[in-house]
Ligand binder design. Structure first.
Ligand code: PHE
Length: 503
């Protein structure tokens, strides 16, 4: 087993793949809306606070532990201490759960690439999206009909997931990122340039940036900021540890962590710039205030944007839509493969299953479950899972990582591993952050979030059953983690890692 472990072909390959995982749907449709609805310019305060108190410290932690123990999250944590293996399986399981709905949104985006050519959504994109396109039913208990166009698109997405991960780390994931990421960047630049040169763009940007200071004191805004940082940086999902485990021995961990985080935030701001200047233009054309143009987060990409395409001048009527949705697909694809990898690598590490076999099983299984999301109730499932896995799962896992590594394993040992290979050594600030600051803020977020969820009924639909379903999914991921952790390791795989080195 040891010695044959996959590795990145080049260092830039790793950085690109990590950035590719971070940059995704979260940056393009989620961030602009979240920033806007949580205080606009003022959101930057909790956002940067979250980035520096949890995002970057945990990124350094995940890179270091993955790199030091040369394993995906379960193996890495088990090698640190056998007792913590389950804490490694849990995020891996979460990443595949997230991927199920993530691939649904990707399936929508893929459809919209083609719809954009003819602007098939017509004059009423809202009605088109929820009606004809999603066939949305009135509750999660009513599946409605199978939406074949969504199912077919999801099949394509899962096939791409399978193909890329099947080929392996350097031949598959690295290559895919080397192609898709530069294309995404070019697309985004075109969108931003077109956006900011439209009349009304300035109003749009003013709306995005105008600080609503009253929001800074609202803890919900802080929860949103932490949620955004975790999701956007692909933290606490097993991805970053797994990716770091494919690095050669001598790698600048600290630099890579900062670089990934800053590139991700930079892209997020760029996307917001493009999106809001286009919203400003729409407001300008309709002679409305910008806030009348912005609707819900999912609606932003699939309802508001198509409306915007309809109003575009000249060839941008078609081009902008095609580019925007293709950009979503490219960005989402590189995140999507990272989730498949985060779930398959642990099986390769622990049970010695061949990559080709496990990736095939996971992708077929993932697609099978996805069929449920291609029904008229898909959007409800997204909502439920997103709420329970993202707002609780990720924060609890991030918190546990900080406590386990900070207090039980010891930040000192991590620094001893990382500093000799990093250009800028991590200082004491990191120890203090991981041991005190990160746990303190995350515990605070968690408690407030629980209170919020208990005191306010979830959504509009039959509350108790939906909440039970949400908790079942969340509990299911923990249970799956515990079961997988209890299985025996294939011979010689747990502690046989020190000698492996490709270079
Ligand atoms: N970071 C990705 C995005 O912003 C989503 C993601 C979450 C990817 C968790 C991997 C793991 O869209």
């Amino acid at each position: 087993m040891a010695g044959k472990r996959d590795q990145w072909g080049t260092k830039i390959g790793f950085i690109l793949a990590a950035i590719g995982s971070a940059i995704g749907l979260g940056n393009i449709w989620r961030y602009p809306y979240i920033a806007y609805s949580n205080g606009g310019g003022a959101f930057l305060i909790p956002y940067f606070f979250a980035l520096f108190t949890a995002g970057i410290p945990l990124m350094i932690l995940e890179y270091s532990i993955g790199h030091k123990f040369r394993g995906a999250t379960p193996a890495a944590l088990a090698r640190a201490n056998k007792k913590w293996e389950w804490l490694g399986w849990w995020p891996s399981v979460n990443s595949i759960v997230i991927l199920i709905y993530y691939s649904m949104i990707l399936g929508w985006a893929l459809n919209y690439v083609f719809l954009a050519f003819t602007r098939a959504w017509g004059d009423d994109p809202n009605k088109y999206f929820f009606g004809q396109f999603l066939g949305l039913t009135d509750s999660p208990w009513n599946l409605g009909t199978m939406q074949w166009h969504i199912l077919i698109a999801m099949a394509v997405i899962w096939f791409a997931n399978w193909y890329i991960c099947f080929k392996g780390v350097s031949d598959g994931i690295e290559k895919a990122n080397k192609v898709l990421l530069p294309m995404l960047f070019v697309i985004m630049i075109i969108i931003v340039i077109r956006g900011v040169t439209l009349p009304g763009a300035v109003q749009g940007l003013e709306t995005l940036l105008h600080p609503d200071w009253s929001k800074v004191l609202d803890f919900k805004v802080w929860i949103a900021a932490y949620g955004q940082i975790f999701f956007s940086l692909s933290l606490a999902m097993g991805v970053m540890m797994t990716y770091a485990s494919y690095l050669p021995k001598k790698t600048d961990i600290v630099n890579s962590a900062f670089f990934t985080a800053l590139a991700n935030s930079g892209f997020e701001f760029l996307a917001a710039l493009g999106v809001f200047s286009i919203l400003g233009y729409m407001a300008h054309v309709q002679n409305l205030p910008v806030d009348k143009v912005v609707t819900s987060s999912i609606g932003l990409a699939f309802v508001v944007f198509p409306q915007g395409m309809n109003m575009m001048p000249g060839i941008f009527k078609v081009l902008l839509g095609v580019l925007f949705f293709a950009g979503l697909v490219f960005a989402g694809m590189t995140s999507s493969v990272s989730m498949v990898e985060a779930f398959s690598a642990p099986f390769i590490d622990k049970f010695g299953i061949r990559r080709k076999k496990i990736v095939t099983i996971i992708c077929i299984g993932g697609f099978a479950i996805s069929t449920l999301f291609a029904t008229g109730a898909g959007l409800f499932f997204l909502d439920i899972i997103d709420n329970f896995i993202n707002s609780f799962g990720a924060v609890i896992i991030g918190l546990s990582e900080a406590i386990v590594i900070g207090w039980l394993f010891g930040t000192q040992k991590v620094r001893e591993h990382v500093n000799p290979i990093s250009h800028y050594p991590v200082g004491k600030w990191w120890d203090v952050t991981v041991k005190f600051v990160t746990p303190a803020v995350l515990i605070y977020m968690l408690i407030n979030n629980i209170i919020e969820n208990i005191s306010k009924p979830y959504g509009g639909y039959p509350m108790s059953a939906v909440v039970i379903l949400g908790w079942l999914v969340a509990a299911g991921t923990v249970a799956a983690g515990l079961i997988l952790a209890s299985r025996p390791w294939a011979e010689n795989t747990l502690n046989n890692y020190e000698d492996y080195e490709a270079e």
